[in-house]
Structure formats: structure tokens, C-alpha cells
Design a protein around this ligand. Structure first.
Ligand code: MSP
Length: 499
């Protein structure tokens, strides 16, 4: 990767409050952004998130609740911003698709594509899924229900604008084949490639008649149409970080994005529509699109109609911010689906956080309190046998972290955390083995001092390694093990006995 790092999340629909699935992408993106800031410097990293505010879904939700779409989205966006603040999401910019800067930019894109004959007017007759805002061809259907959401389709006939997606199919196949990092994980790469090799792309309908849907960006060349919500929303990734010059050439300090983090359900739009839109504008494609899996509740998807939607705020109130962040990043490899349950969080919290990490810190602080009246002993000349082993471990973790979180394009948070925990447990084992309390009894003061010092240095390093994943915990550790004198507080992670 270059010296710049630009990472994005999907723009979340604001028709309902954010749930754990949304928080998952933002926590993962936050972790990567924080990690890359450590590596490249704060000024070289840009982390973009935001909200998707146009389209049928939003218009319907606003009407149902008695608001105008604009008032409704203004209210809903607050919930997203509050959640991100609570979860310590360190985004650099938050874009709303209703903002002037975005609306203008989208109209400029439409204008360029229209002038270059990449957009044309045609009559469409066929099947339409209103909730998904998607057109389907007869061939794609098994019955008269939407292949995605299974709800009944409507037969419609209308005049719309189409984007010449089909023109670029061969180019896209070539691009994917020559850029193995373009779609991740590998099985998603294979999925998109074989889809493209087995199907002919249709041109994409990018407008909706105003009389059917008013809540969208007006097409600059037709008073009767607004922009299809996906076409509008994808453009945020470039509208937020750059502009077109007078020769329609896009200029940006950040583009191309290094990673678009998305969920697996929106891979088609990101890996097919988006690169083709960029190609038609003569803009480089993003480096990597990473599709993560879904958090399920039991065997089910989370949905309002099933009544099983889990609120991230509730989880954070119960278990703490960093226990929640840790659980999501640690419990399943990034890319696969996972089962979300409170039992699973409690299990991780009690074992990895309370027993392993919390205990290591607490025991060390207690010993410093007891043996040195709370003053951290200075380094000694005494060579501690374990020091070398710990030093080597820290070095290998730093290298592996770089591979897991950067160079491999796998964003393997769980393996990275597993690695850090090997160090935590190594330190815990040394305490058991060394029995510092015996060193004191035997008056081996220099050895005791060297050992305690080794623990302090190791814990400080652990805090540093953890800071991208659990920023609050890293800070708390650094506060407790401050410069000279410790500040022993409550245990970092109290055990939870029952839920
Ligand atoms: N607005 C579009 C994205 C436009 S991006 C230019 C959208 N919004 S969404 O709010 O419906 O979904 C946003 C993201 O949340 C998607 O990446 C989706 O995969 C993710 N998730 C929704 N439910 C999820 C889970 N249960 N688990 C994990 N992620 C899930 O799609």
C-alpha cells in the first residue's frame, strides 16, 4: 500500500436506527484507520463514513412517521452520529447524500456521462421490486416474487435513463483478473468473477420517474426524473474527497480508495456497478473491496419484522465499549458470518478480557503497590532470562499485525488479536513460573525489580498493540501504569457472573 490510506464504510440507510450489523463495519473500519494512523501518521489517513438518505425506503419511513423526508433524515442522522461517538469511531469525514456538496457532484457526474453518451433514454417494461428498488428480468425470476427479498413484484412500464454498464463487462473481467486484491476475501472474488463470466450484464436503469418517487437527486437533463438511489450513493466515495476540474478530470488527494469495507449483500453494486461507473468517468477503480459476513441471531437474519434487531447501544451499556468491540473483531474471522449472542460476549469477556488481560494488569499493579509503594521501579542492569523471549515475541507480533491488517488485504482482526493474546498469556505464565512473591521472600531484590520492570514494559507494549482495537482500554492501561507512580483503579474488566 502507498503512503496514503483512504478507507470507507457503506453509507447507512437512515430509515431505521443503526443496529449491530452497521456498527460492525464501522468498528472494523475504525480499527484499520487507527492502525494505519500509527503506521503512516495521522495526516496520511482518511476515514469516511456517512448516511444514504434518498430513495423509496426513506421516503416511506418519513411519511409513516409524519415527517417530510428532509426533517426525518435530519433527525435520524443524529442517532448514527451519537452511536459512532459512543463507540469511539474516529472518522475524518461524515457525508450525507442530501448535502449540497454531494448533490452537486452527482449532477456533475450525470452531466458528464450524458454528454459522453454513456447514458440514454429508453422505455422499460418489466418487473420491479419497490422495497429493494430493483428491476428484474423475466429470466431472473422463479415466480412473481423478488429473488432478493421474496416480496411480490410489480409490473411496470415507464421511460427511464440507462447507463451503459454492458459496454464494460470485458474490461471489468480483465481488471479483476489482473488485480487479485480487487475483491476480498478470495471466495467473494471467485463469486464475482464467475458471475461475470457466466452472465451478460444489462444496462443499468439509473433514474426513477418523479411522479412515482420524488425523494432523490433531480437529473440535470430531465425534469421528470430523479436519480436511482444506488447510483447516487456510490458516488459519495469520490464526491467527499475531490472535484472535477474544467476539463472534467477528477482530482483528489485521496483517491483511489485503498479499501471499501462493505457487507456481503452489497457486493454486486460495489464490485460491478461502481468500477464501471468510474471507468466511464475515466477515474481509477478502488484498490480493494472487502465484503464481510453477517451477524445472525440464531439461524436468522436480523430484521424489524422478525423483531430480533439488537441495539449496539444496549450491548455497550451492558458490557462496555471495548468488550463489544473486542467481541466483534475477535470472535469470527473477518469475511465469515457469525452468531451474535450475549452468552458469547460474556464468554469472551470473562476469559480473554477479565481472566487474561485484566488479571495481568491487576496483578502487576498490585505487586508494584505492595513491593514498591506504588512507584514503578527503574530498569536494572540485571538480565532477566525471559526478556529476550518477550522481545522476540513483540517483534514477531508487530510484523504479523502488519501482514494481517495491511499487506495481505485480508484484514484478519481475529488472528491479530489472537497473536496479541499469546503475548498476554506469555506474561501471565511467567508470573506463575517466576513466583515474584518468592523472590521477595528470598531477598532477591534485583531479580524482583528486573522482573516487575519486564512486566510493566510488556504491558505498556500490549496497550500500544491494542490501541487500534480497544482505544479506551489502551488509554486506561497507560493511565494506570503512568510514568512513575501507578494509579490502580478498578479492574479493567469485571467478570460477569450471570446475564
Ligand atoms: N445504503 C446502502 C449502502 C450504500 S453504500 C454506497 C445499504 N445500507 S444498509 O444500511 O442497508 O446496510 C449497510 C451495511 O450494513 C451493509 O454493508 C450491510 O451488509 C450491513 N449489514 C446489515 N445487516 C448486517 C448484519 N446483520 N451483519 C453485518 N452487517 C450487516 O445497504
Amino acid at each position: 500500500m502507498a503512503n496514503n490510506f483512504y478507507i470507507t464504510t457503506p453509507l447507512y440507510y437512515v430509515n431505521a436506527s443503526p443496529h449491530i450489523g452497521h456498527s460492525y463495519t464501522n468498528i472494523a473500519a475504525d480499527c484499520l484507520a487507527r492502525y494505519m494512523r500509527q503506521l503512516l501518521g495521522k495526516e496520511n489517513v482518511w476515514f469516511l463514513t456517512g448516511t444514504d438518505e434518498h430513495g423509496q425506503k426513506i421516503q416511506k419511513a418519513a411519511l409513516e412517521q409524519g415527517y417530510s423526508p428532509q426533517d426525518f433524515t435530519d433527525r435520524m442522522v443524529v442517532k448514527f452520529k451519537e452511536l459512532w461517538a459512543r463507540l469511539n469511531i474516529s472518522y475524518d469525514d461524515f457525508i450525507r447524500t442530501t448535502e449540497e456538496r454531494h448533490v452537486h457532484f452527482v449532477q456533475k457526474v450525470l452531466d458528464i456521462l450524458h454528454r459522453n453518451k454513456k447514458i440514454y433514454l429508453a422505455k422499460y417494461e418489466g418487473w420491479y421490486c419497490t422495497p429493494c428498488e430493483t428491476f428484474w428480468t423475466q429470466m431472473q425470476l422463479k415466480d412473481q416474487n423478488c429473488p432478493d427479498c421474496k416480496r411480490p413484484l410489480e409490473r411496470i412500464s415507464e421511460t427511464n435513463y440507462f447507463f451503459r454498464l454492458s459496454e464494460y463487462q470485458d474490461w471489468l473481467i480483465r481488471h479483476i483478473k489482473t488485480h487479485p486484491e480487487f475483491i476480498r476475501p478470495q471466495f467473494r472474488y471467485n463469486e464475482v468473477l464467475s458471475f461475470l463470466e457466466l452472465n451478460r450484464l444489462q444496462d443499468l436503469c439509473i433514474s426513477r420517474p418523479k411522479q412515482r418517487l420524488g425523494w432523490g437527486i433531480p437529473l440535470p437533463f430531465s425534469l421528470q426524473h430523479v436519480t436511482y438511489v444506488w447510483f447516487d450513493a456510490l458516488i459519495n466515495y469520490i464526491s467527499a474527497v475531490g472535484r472535477f476540474n474544467e476539463r472534467d478530470h477528477y482530482q483528489s488527494r485521496w483517491w483511489p480508495a485503498d479499501v471499501h469495507l462493505i457487507g456481503k449483500d452489497i457486493l454486486r453494486q460495489h464490485a460491478i456497478y461502481w468500477p464501471i461507473m468510474l471507468r466511464a468517468l475515466e477515474i481509477e477503480p478502488p484498490v480493494t473491496i472487502f465484503a464481510h459476513g453477517w451477524w445472525m441471531v440464531g439461524q436468522d437474519k436480523m430484521s424489524k419484522s422478525r423483531g430480533n434487531v439488537i441495539s449496539p447501544l444496549e450491548m455497550v451499556d451492558r458490557f462496555g465499549i471495548d468488550a463489544y468491540r473486542y467481541f466483534l473483531l475477535r470472535d469470527i474471522p473477518f469475511g465469515l458470518d457469525g452468531n451474535f449472542s450475549e452468552e458469547a460476549i460474556v464468554k469472551r469477556l470473562n476469559s480473554d478480557l477479565a481472566n487474561d488481560l485484566g488479571n495481568l494488569v491487576y496483578r502487576t499493579l498490585s505487586m508494584i503497590e505492595k513491593y514498591y509503594q506504588g512507584v514503578i521501579p527503574p530498569p536494572t542492569k540485571f538480565e532477566e532470562a525471559q526478556a529476550k523471549e518477550i522481545e522476540d515475541k513483540i517483534e514477531s507480533i508487530s510484523k504479523e499485525l502488519k501482514d494481517y491488517l495491511s499487506t495481505s488485504y485480508d484484514f484478519n482482526f481475529s488472528s491479530a488479536l489472537e497473536d496479541i493474546w499469546e503475548l498476554v498469556n506469555m506474561a501471565n505464565r511467567y508470573i506463575e513460573f517466576k513466583k515474584p512473591w518468592n523472590l521477595l521472600k528470598e531477598s532477591k531484590t534485583e531479580q524482583l525489580q528486573a522482573f516487575i520492570r519486564l512486566l510493566v514494559d510488556t504491558i505498556r507494549k500490549i496497550a500500544n498493540l491494542l490501541s487500534a482495537f480497544m482505544p479506551q482500554t489502551a488509554e486506561a492501561i497507560n493511565q494506570q501504569l503512568g510514568m512513575n507512580r501507578i494509579q490502580k483503579g478498578k479492574p479493567l474488566f469485571p467478570r460477569i457472573e450471570s446475564i
